[in-house]
Ligand binder design. Structure first.
Ligand code: NAP
Length: 260
C-alpha cells in the first residue's frame, strides 16, 4: 500500500523517546520530512541513527510545551517554512496521583501544558493545512479516557477534555480535507511505563518485574505493546489512505479496554 507520505511534512511533539519517537521514525521511514520536537533534542539522535538511508529527513527542534514563548517560537519557524501537513500532538504524561491528592494548582499547570498549549499550537498550524485542503491532526491520549486508570487522576481528567476538543475540531475542519483523530495507547512498553511500574512497585513492596507481569497478564494480548506497533497505527492515520477517518478515537491496547 502506498501511504502517500513522501513530500509530506510532519511535526511530532514529544519525539525524543517513547511513542513520539516511534511515530516520528515510522513517518520518516515512509519518506516524510519530520520535525522531531522535545526539550532534550539531543536524544533524537539515539533513534535517528537507526533509520535506513532512504528515510525522509529528521530535523530535531527544541521546544518546551509548558512554555508558550517556546511553542510560539517553534510555530513561527515552521510557518515561515510553509507549515506542516501532519501534526502529532504528544506530550509528557502527568504525575501519578489520586483525585483526592490532586491540588488546584496541579490541575491548572498540567492542563496548561497538556491541553491549552496543544490547542493553541494546533490552532496556529491549522490555517496552512486548510489552505492546502489537506491535513492530519493526531492527538495521543490514553485508554484512561474510556476506562479511567486508578491513581492517574490528572491524565484521566485532562485527557477526557482533549477528546472533546478533538471531536469538536474534527467537525469544524472535515470539509477542508483535514482529519482530526485521537489515539488511545493501552500499555505500550516505553520508559514512562517502566517508571510507572517502578512507582507501583515501591508502593506495594513488590518487585517491578512482578508489577509488570501482573499488568501484562491483565491484558487480553498478555503482553505490553511495542512502540513500533503503536507508531504504525499513527503512520497509517497520518497517511493519504486514511482520508475518510476523522473524529475517531482509535484504541491500540491489545484488548485492554473492556467496554465495547
Ligand atoms: N506508553 C504508554 O503505554 C502510554 C499509555 C497511555 C498514555 N500514554 C501517554 O502518551 C504520551 C507518550 O507516552 P510515552 O510512554 O512515550 O512517554 P515518555 O516516554 O515519557 O515520552 C514523553 C515525551 O514527551 C516529551 N516531553 C515531556 N515533557 C515535555 C515538555 N514540557 N515539552 C516538550 N516535550 C516534552 C519527552 O521529551 P523531553 O523530556 O526530552 O522533553 C518525551 O519525548 C505520554 O503523555 C503518556 O502519558 C502512554
Amino acid at each position: 500500500m502506498n501511504l502517500g507520505l513522501v513530500n509530506k511534512t510532519a511535526l511530532v511533539l514529544g519525539a525524543s523517546r517513547g511513542l513520539g519517537a516511534a511515530i516520528a521514525a515510522g513517518l520518516a521511514r515512509e519518506g516524510a520530512t519530520v520535525y522531531a520536537a522535545a526539550r532534550s533534542v539531543e536524544k533524537v539522535e539515539t533513534w535517528r541513527i537507526d533509520l535506513p538511508e532512504d528515510a525522509g529527513p529528521v530535523l530535531p527542534c527544541a521546544v518546551d510545551l509548558s512554555d508558550l514563548k517556546s511553542i510560539d517560537g517553534l510555530v513561527d519557524d515552521l510557518l515561515e517554512k510553509g507549515g506542516v501537513d501532519i501534526l502529532i500532538n504528544n506530550t509528557g504524561g502527568p504525575p501519578s496521583c489520586t483525585v483526592l491528592d490532586a491540588t488546584r494548582s496541579d490541575w491548572l499547570s498540567q492542563f496548561e501544558t497538556m491541553a491549552a498549549n496543544i490547542f493553541h499550537l494546533t490552532g496556529r498550524l491549522l490555517p496552512a493545512m486548510q489552505a492546502r485542503k489537506w491535513g492530519r491532526i493526531i492527538t495521543l491520549t490514553s485508554s484512561g479516557v474510556e476506562q479511567p486508570i486508578p491513581r492517574l487522576a490528572l491524565s484521566n481528567g485532562i485527557r477526557s477534555a482533549i477528546v472533546g476538543w478533538s471531536k469538536t475540531l474534527a467537525d469544524e475542519v472535515a470539509a477542508d480535507g483535514v482529519t482530526v483523530n485521537i489515539l488511545l495507547p493501552g500499555r505500550i512498553h516505553t520508559q514512562r511505563v517502566d517508571e510507572l511500574d517502578a512507582i507501583a512497585a515501591r508502593r506495594s513492596e513488590k518487585s517491578q518485574a512482578d508489577i509488570a507481569a501482573a499488568s501484562a497478564t491483565s491484558i487480553p494480548a498478555r503482553r505490553y505493546g511495542r512502540p513500533e506497533e503503536f507508531g504504525d497505527v499513527a503512520v497509517f492515520l497520518a497517511s493519504e489512505r486514511a482520508s475518510y477517518i476523522t473524529g475517531s478515537k482509535i484504541r491500540v491496547d491489545g484488548g485492554a479496554i473492556r467496554g465495547v
